[in-house]
Write a protein that binds this ligand. Structure first.
Ligand code: ATP
Ligand code: MG
Length: 407
């Protein structure tokens, strides 16, 4: 993925008599000196022409005029100048029509800063004065703001997201239109809403996003989500210190006082993956459980947690706890965790001198659920209570454990 590479695509299109420009997020980010993660190209060539000129392509969005051209292993989206047809249900249009003028293509775009075209020599086509807005740090809707948000209400969240990512202001008329139309967000698929929320949470200024979400009532259809983004700003401002989205959701859920059931409910509402949901729920459960001890940080005993959840989870949890902790104590939770782990002579069930099969054979018992419990018990004893990790010592302890409980 590179500008130099993509210039070749523009050149080939031009040499064949077409117009072609860089457009959208890549131009915006080049002008802002920010890293660019996808390069979009617009052209008056029709998708059929693009596919003919670039045999190595993927027809990613023919219906919308988009062909992804492959060059040196990277994909570049080449989209025919288009205008958007009728909008149904305040979502993206079901049909588009191709047009021959760049300006019309730029006018269908959401914000002026996203509607700047650049040719391969770096010259701008900027009929909507996007560059001036960029320089002033302003997010301004293209055209009549209310109309544009009515066409596609996701643009409201895109504006909030760009404000958080770029630390930009929203131009007053645009902001007023966002509040006026935010009730239409109920028509937008949760996956699209969630993806924008994730970008806000991953941005360097999530508190800017949270303030705008509240100000425009963008999350009014979901009381729980609304509650999450209304938590005290000091919590939202800590999101950038967290390593991943499950940790970030857990921080907001903790700050909003959600119980584990409500946490699970929000994960379902957001349509998070099963893995993400489990991670969020475990984080919420553990930070809630550890809460009473927070006044005395030194009493965090990592041992049961290490046994129950393993080192990688505990490391994430310590990271999360340090962000959640109100006074940001100098106390290094991670170090206390690592010290505890370091001192464990046996670091996992797999390191035990007896495995499950040997265990039930030697005890002359049928395999079953109990084997796992027993291994866990033996691990605990060897890790923290001085039991020797030898087959003999383990077998002896296992026999005692069998006698102690009904196995
Ligand atoms: P990023 O890729 O950093 O998330 P982007 O602005 O490139 O931001 P994309 O979703 O990649 O966002 O879209 C590329 C371009 O397509 C945008 O810059 C904008 O011009 C246009 N665009 C995207 N979504 C919309 C929309 N909902 N309404 C109008 N134009 C849009
Ligand atoms: Mg983009």
């Amino acid at each position: 993925m590179g500008k130099k590479q993509a210039e070749i695509i523009l050149k080939i299109l031009e040499e064949n008599g077409y117009e072609a420009y860089f457009v959208g997020g890549c131009v915006r980010d080049w002008l802002l000196n920010r890293p660019v993660h996808d390069i979009d190209i617009c052209t008056n060539a029709h998708p059929g022409d693009v596919m003919r000129l670039f045999p190595d392509h993927v027809p990613t969005g023919l219906k919308h005029g988009t062909v992804s051209v492959k060059l040196d292993g990277s994909l570049y989206e080449v989209t025919t100048y288009r205008t958007e047809g009728r909008y149904e249900d305040f979502r993206r249009p079901s049909e588009v029509s191709f047009v021959s003028e760049l300006r019309i293509d730029l006018e269908r775009r959401d914000f002026t800063m996203n509607a700047i075209a650049m040719d391969r020599n770096g010259c701008l086509k900027d009929p909507l004065q996007g560059k001036a807005d960029l320089e002033n740090g302003l997010i301004r809707a293209v055209g009549i703001p209310v109309q544009r948000f009515r066409e596609d209400a996701l643009r409201i969240l895109r504006a909030v997201r760009f404000a958080a990512q770029l630390h930009f202001q929203i131009e007053p008329a645009t902001l007023a239109a966002m509040s006026e139309t935010s009730f239409l967000l109920s028509h937008i698929a949760m996956e699209r809403v969630r993806d924008e929320l994730h970008k806000i949470m991953d941005s360097p200024a999530p508190e800017v996003g949270a303030r705008l979400l509240a100000e425009t009532a963008a999350l009014h259809t979901s009381p729980l989500l609304q509650r999450l983004f209304s938590v005290r700003q000091e919590y939202v401002s800590r999101l950038p210190f967290l390593a991943n989205l499950p940790q970030k959701w857990a921080l907001l859920m903790y700050a909003a006082g959600l119980d584990p059931d409500q946490a699970r409910g929000v994960c379902h509402e957001l349509k998070l993956s099963k893995r993400e949901t489990e991670a969020v729920c475990s984080f919420v459960q553990h930070i809630t459980q550890l809460k009473p001890k927070w006044d005395e940080p030194t009493v965090i005993d990592w041992r049961p947690l290490l046994l129950q959840t393993g080192l990688p989870f505990c490391l994430e949890l310590s990271n999360l706890l340090e962000a959640v902790w109100k006074n940001m104590p100098a106390l290094d939770l991670k170090k206390s965790l690592e010290d505890t782990y370091e001192k464990m002579p046996v670091k996992s069930v797999q390191e035990l001198a007896l495995n499950g099969k040997q265990l039930y054979t030697l005890l002359d018992k049928k395999p079953g659920q109990w084997v796992q419990h027993m291994l866990q018990h033996l691990w605990e004893q060897t890790a923290f209570y001085g039991l020797a990790n030898t087959p003999e010592a383990l077998l002896e302890e296992a026999k005692k454990e069998v006698a102690r409980h009904e196995y």
